[in-house]
Design a protein around this ligand. Sequence first.
Ligand code: FE2
Length: 314
Amino acid sequence: MHQPPPGPIARLRSLRYVELHTPAFTEAADFYEEVWGLRTVESDTGARWLRGTGDEHHVLHLTERERVGLGRIAFAVATPAEVDEAGRRLEARSIVPVFGPGPLEQAGGGYGLRFTDPEGRLIEISAQVEAVVPRGRDGAVPVGVTHAVLNTTDIDAAVAFYCDVLGLRVSDWSEHQMAFLRCNADHHCIAFNQAEWTSLNHVAYEMTSVDHFMRGLGRLRHHGITPQWGPGRHGPGNNTFSYFTDPSGLVCEYTSEVAQIVEDAWIARVWRRVPDLSDLWGTAGPPSKEIRCHMAGSPDPGPLAPVDAQEATA
Ligand SMILES: [Fe+2]
């Protein structure tokens, strides 16, 4: 019998959190707590979970590891039943979860599953994660994590996987260099950047408004930290941007006012990569060689790759 191709495994609601691996654990944890504006919700030896002002239990999970890299990307789904259904649909695609479906024995708990994408990134989807009481949005600190940009060696394959399997939709392309994908009304929660190797390009944190965004830059300035690229406003997504490097050498971004998509009315376009469109205000200028280097990072075989495989790419 001919089997129709299974649809996406689930309807992803949002990007919950990102896990980062860092050899500079103490410095990174201090940076995100004392400078960046997140707050610790739980800590353990070599692990820290930090929240924003929103209701997500944590938006950043820092883990001490010998090599810097992306630990995982976690998405929300609505119900445990959807997690179970995602497990069945992964099976239909011959993708074997590395965990679950089952209860998540970790900070925030919940019910979820984990699997890897074709480039070795670990993806977690979860429901019923413990929420925290929102702190109010007046502070010039992040609400939560809003997107991650991923360097890929095959942008077409990456976009196909995240659309076909995870149900993301393409909001825009930046020539054939970047693809912006959404899971809800935000213009993008994941973007892929065609690159020489697989790695994390950057993680972006949502500021409530452009005013909060600018006040956040002011607070960083008082800590002696100035943006390595920005402030500015991007064409694709129309979001403001300011890029910094954390103590691990990973790039973090303050952003605000990302375009809101009307699902059935949006037509994806291909943006030309010209300065006028990557820097709408004309305030940022071109990215420095230094920030471009940090965005390229080093080859990341993924958190489940054997240690010797990681050495081989070092
Ligand atoms: Fe970004």
